[in-house]
Design a protein around this ligand. Structure first.
Ligand SMILES: [Zn+2]
Length: 610
């Protein structure tokens, strides 16, 4: 089963890359671009920056202390994509491994002297994930041998200590290696890393121990806090440990932390992170659009966690958040040509960025960059898109549950299906049964789709007059099911309402009060202004039904607005709102994931309303 997450129990069993083929369309096109262009782009930059040379012993060593992990994420992407470059890159990595399994190009010679910032176990985590991907896609080879030696070294060195890593990821990696090999020491090691955290296990730092989730034991925490990627990688590993050990209390703890975080610390795009200084969550309802951090990696971590919780519980709300995050964060993180990337993803950009050809030395920026000094995000996108088919559907009681509505061919033990849809631009989804089969077919109706309809069209009735024709019924959010048995040619048709809708924020989100945003289907829209288009500062929108324009299959929207200068310009405060004189304009709204593809621009998702 070619799958990044393969629990041995849980409500749902995911269908892997060997069961799901995503066809051309929104995601299918991005997967092809990723596997053919982005993976090569990432390898080329890592060679150019010397991060691969570090494994060849080239000195001085280049890159940050955790740059080894970037090569491992690339290897994972290559494994899922079945990329022919993998064996040669694995060979380079293998040469740097020491006799006892230790492998790190930065800390060799001064091992395990900095658990807070050294990232050694973090790097192993990504190495192990690459090895699991290779094992499941291909079987044992040099890479999987390197991984087993490294994982055994970790178990020997850390099983009976009280140490752990400042950056989680080893937890979920070890559980997955246990799932892939059956060797229980990996699960036990992961369990101990989870239980150690928060006792505390790490030193206090200026950001506080909450930065790396070492402030309280995981079972006692109320909400995700601190560095967002760390928090979500850790929570993913905790779910994995809980599922494999049958620890319901631990699973419930993460579920309730997730629930509170989604209710109070998540941006409309699904992005998480409100502070730049420590790339962290803010307090409850601290969700500023312009200072939003929303690291691309954090969104990927959120998708990973939501997917795990979905498999453990079968609850559609986890798939809802994963979908929101996929369309508005994952798809935003990479340019339409697959060779530049966003690191941070604010919901408002006030000043157009300066174009940059080389390495972006900061995470900031209103334009995608080809590479960063810390290039976690591009490699993370590469491995996620390469494995994306494994997120689409699951098996349940012999049937198939489709979480993500995308054109695909899906094969389970008893069913073969072909899904065709123009989603997210259009709301029609057709599921055709390819061979006679049995079992229930379920489709997720997203939370925003209040009045969807489902038609069951048996092949026998397709040419028959009513009443033998289709059975049509209203379906609400959650999974809508149709029972088998099935004959080849049977069809299910789901119709989702795709009207644009205005969305208003909770009043407790102070930074957004008095504003509204437009969504259509799973997509969040934004106003974007390039070059001499009307400026967005001082814009006030009319909450009228947006007008749709479709160009080359992409739906853009238009709303009425007024642009006013505001006060007299000498002092931005006064007794009243100041001059509201200004011209009426038509404001063009583009899908948020497409912004920044037309050159330097200002942008805003949340629009003050009249
Ligand atoms: Zn990142």
């Amino acid at each position: 089963m070619a799958n990044p997450v393969l629990p041995s129990s849980g409500v749902l069993s995911p269908l892997g890359l060997d069961s799901v083929r995503v066809l051309p369309g929104f995601w299918g096109d991005r997967i092809v671009l990723n596997n053919e262009v982005t993976i090569a782009h990432c390898q080329e930059w890592q060679e150019r920056e010397g991060w691969i040379g570090n494994f060849r012993g080239e000195r001085p060593r280049r890159g940050r202390e955790f740059s080894d992990s970037e090569i491992y994420k690339l290897l994972e992407a290559m494994a899922w994509a079945d990329h022919p470059g993998l064996p040669a890159l694995a060979e380079v990595v293998a040469q740097a491994q020491e006799g006892d399994g230790y492998l790190n190009t930065r800390w060799s010679g001064s091992r395990y002297t900095d658990f807070e910032w050294g990232h050694e176990l973090y790097c192993y985590g990504h190495l192990i994930q690459a090895g699991v991907a290779r094992l499941r896609m291909h079987g044992e080879d040099q890479l999987t041998q390197v991984v087993t030696r490294a994982a055994d070294h970790v178990c020997r060195r850390f099983m009976d200590t009280d140490e752990t890593c400042g950056h989680p990821v080893i937890e979920m990696a070890l559980v997955e290696l246990y799932r892939a090999t059956g060797a229980e020491r990996y699960l036990e090691m992961a369990r101990r890393f989870v239980e150690r955290r928060g006792l505390p296990a790490l030193a206090d730092i200026p950001f506080g121990r909450g930065y790396y989730q070492d402030d309280v034991p995981i079972r006692q925490a109320q909400v995700f806090r601190g560095h967002v990627v760390r928090a979500l990688y850790l929570a993913s590993g905790v779910v994995d440990v809980a599922v494999e050990t049958g620890d319901q209390e631990l699973l419930k703890a993460v579920e309730s932390q997730w629930e509170r975080t989604v209710a109070r610390r998540t941006h409309l795009t699904g992005g998480m992170g409100s502070r730049h200084a420590d790339e962290s969550y803010g307090e409850d309802y601290e969700l500023p659009p312009d200072r939003a951090y929303n690291e691309t990696c954090a969104s990927i971590a959120s998708i990973m966690l939501a997917h795990r919780l979905l498999l453990a519980t079968g609850d559609a709300r986890y798939a809802d958040l994963a979908e929101r995050t996929m369309y508005n964060m994952l798809a935003t993180g990479v340019a339409l040509d697959g060779t530049s990337f966003f690191y941070v993803n604010p919901l408002q950009v006030r000043v157009p960025a300066t174009p940059l050809d080389g390495v972006n030395h900061a995470a900031e920026g209103g334009l995608r960059s080809p590479w960063f000094d810390v290039s976690c995000c591009p490699n993370n996108i590469a491995r996620t898109l390469a494995s994306l088919p494994a997120y689409v559907a699951a098996a349940q009681d012999g049937g198939v549950l489709i979480h993500h509505l995308t054109s695909a061919e899906i094969r389970s033990e008893r069913l073969a299906l072909r899904v065709e849809t123009g989603y997210p631009w259009q709301g029609s989804v057709s599921v055709r049964v390819l061979e006679d089969g049995e079992g229930r077919i379920g489709l997720r109706v997203p939370a925003w789709a209040g009045d969807a309809t489902l038609a069951h069209v048996p092949v026998s009735s397709q040419d028959a007059p009513l009443p033998e024709g289709p059975v049509i019924r209203q379906v609400g959010p959650g999974y809508a099911h149709v029972e088998g048995p099935w004959r080849a040619g049977d069809e299910i048709r789901l119709e989702l309402p795709m009207r644009p809708r205005w969305t208003v924020p909770d009043r407790r989100i102070d930074a957004l009060r008095g504003s509204a945003a437009v969504e259509r289907g799973p997509l969040v829209y934004c106003a974007e202004s390039v070059a001499d288009e009307p400026p967005l500062a001082g814009v006030t929108a009319r909450v009228d039904p947006p007008v749709e324009h479709e160009t080359d299959g992409v739906v853009e929207l238009e709303v009425g607005a007024r642009v006013a200068a505001g006060g007299n310009g000498s002092w931005p405060y006064g007794a009243g709102p100041g001059s509201q004189e200004g011209g009426d304009v038509r404001l063009r709204l583009v899908p948020y994931h497409r912004w920044g593809n037309r050159g330097p621009a200002t942008m805003r998702v949340w629009l003050p309303t009249i």
